[in-house]
Every structure is written in structure tokens, then in C-alpha cells.
Design a protein around this ligand. Sequence first.
Ligand code: FES
Length: 123
Amino acid sequence: MNDTVTDALDAVVRGLSLDSYRWHIFLCADQTKPLCCDKGAGLEAWDYLKRRLKELGLDRGEAAILRTKANCLRVCQHGPILLVYPGGYWYRHANSEVIERVVQEHLLGGKPVQEYLFLTNHP
Ligand code: FES
């Protein structure tokens, strides 16, 4: 890579805190084919997630939690489906109430929300 590319990527890494984030949330929302939940419910969940991470100061910096809107996570039922890495924690029915619990109890508190967890991928 040339220096310009490296500098541009370094700026993105710093801007998004990619070198220090602890968690990355993927949420099925704004789907092309809304199968796991209706489109409105997915968008409402996504908006809530974005707003809460910002309000809690978790959208950047050393404690940053990354978020990515996924068109479909291929589960396609009992959504919105929410996936957390590292660890591969799969949550169902991720509405605003469940998202709040996942953030507070799991990501900040260290205790996964068993009630809505349907799979983990870690050994
Ligand atoms: S539409 Fe949400 S997982 Fe497929």
C-alpha cells in the first residue's frame, strides 16, 4: 500500500476506534425481505441501539461498541436478530427492551441475557 492509502485507513481506524473496541453488535434491520420481524420493528430496534450507544458514550473511544446493520442474519424468525462478537452470542426478539438489557447486563455487566440468547459460538 502507498502512504496515502495507509494514512487514509489509519484515520478510519482511529475515527472508529477499531484498534480498541470491545464488542461488535450486528442487528438485522431494514431488510430487503423482512422475514424475522416487520420492517418497522427492525428499524425501531436499530434506531434505539444507535441512540443508546451514543447516550452512554459507547459509540467511540476505548470502550466503544461497534454496531452494524445487517440486511439479514439468515435466521429469519423470532427477530429482530442480534449477534454479538467476540463470542458469537445470538439473541432473538431484540426490541428496544432486549437491546437495553444486552448492553447493560451483557456488554457492560459481563452476564449474557439467557432469556433471549438462543446460541453461542464460542468453544
Ligand atoms: S430477515 Fe432477519 S435474520 Fe433474515
